[in-house]
Design a binder for this molecule. Structure first.
Ligand SMILES: *[C@@H]1O[C@H](CO)[C@@H](O)[C@H](O)[C@H]1NC(C)=O
Ligand SMILES: *[C@@H]1O[C@H](CO)[C@@H](O)[C@H](O)[C@H]1NC(C)=O
Length: 219
């Protein structure tokens, strides 16, 4: 009589435990899934992403990842890592990310609009890559941003006016791209030195404003 009850209780509690574990793994690793999507989109000849195992509970033990006390990702440090390939829009899911460091690689393609969702971001360093397309106006939503370095890429189009609203911005560098239009002068741009804009043949400096004819081809 006792045996069937015992085994029923055992399997019921096993099912409950299993369900709870699956739910917590699925929830806990959504940031790991986003980063694993990035890994799959990159070519990594030096195997710097080898420890990025999506089966772990969270990505906090992966190399080049830093988490806070709640196991949420705060840093991605992959500068100078010989990576090529593309960025992914899933990066926009890392709500607590403060530092996205991907400088000095050979990343191609465009900057995902979704990076504008990274409300905690302090530093976006994508300089010295092979990034094309335009600077997303959504980056104007990054109200904690201090460092925005996009220099030495192949970016085109204007400097979005939305960036004028990032009052925390201290360091901006977009030199050595193919941007066009005029350089903003208000807000944080009052204190950005002109060499942060150099080597964009179609970008017109504020010192020329009175004379410059607007480049109608810049959009
Ligand atoms: C970068 O990767 C390439 C292969 O794609 C390799 O030939 C080269 O040695 C690597 N460079 C460094 C600095 O590791
Ligand atoms: C940069 O990307 C383009 C494609 O967008 C490619 O043709 C070119 O070879 C890349 N440059 C380098 C240095 O890899």
């Amino acid at each position: 009589m006792a045996a069937p009850t015992w085994s029923w209780t055992l399997s019921a509690s096993l099912i409950v435990t299993l369900t709870l574990t699956l739910v917590s793994v699925a929830y806990g690793n959504s940031e790991g899934d986003a980063l694993y999507t990035l890994r799959k989109s990159l070519s990594d000849p030096d195997n710097v992403l080898q420890s990025w195992d999506p089966n772990l509970v969270n990505p906090c033990t992966w190399f080049h990842i830093t988490c806070n006390q709640d196991n949420r990702v705060t840093r991605v440090d992959l500068g100078n890592s010989n990576l090529s390939g593309h960025l992914v829009h899933d990066l926009g899911k890392l709500e607590h990310l403060q530092y996205l460091e991907l400088y000095k690689n050979n990343i191609q393609g465009s900057i995902p609009n979704e990076l504008g969702n990274l409300r905690s971001l302090v530093s976006l360093d994508l300089y010295n890559n092979n990034i094309s397309g335009t600077i997303p106006p959504s980056l104007g939503k990054l109200k904690s941003l201090v460092f925005l370095r996009l220099n030495n890429n192949r970016l085109t189009g204007p400097i979005p006016r939305e960036l004028v609203g990032i009052l925390s911005l201290k360091v901006l560098d977009v030199s050595n791209n193919d941007l066009c239009g005029t350089i903003p002068t208000s807000g944080p741009f009052e204190h950005i030195p002109l060499n942060s804009f150099e080597n964009n043949p179609r970008l017109e400096g504020p010192e020329l404003l009175g004379l410059a004819s607007y480049d109608t081809n810049c959009s």
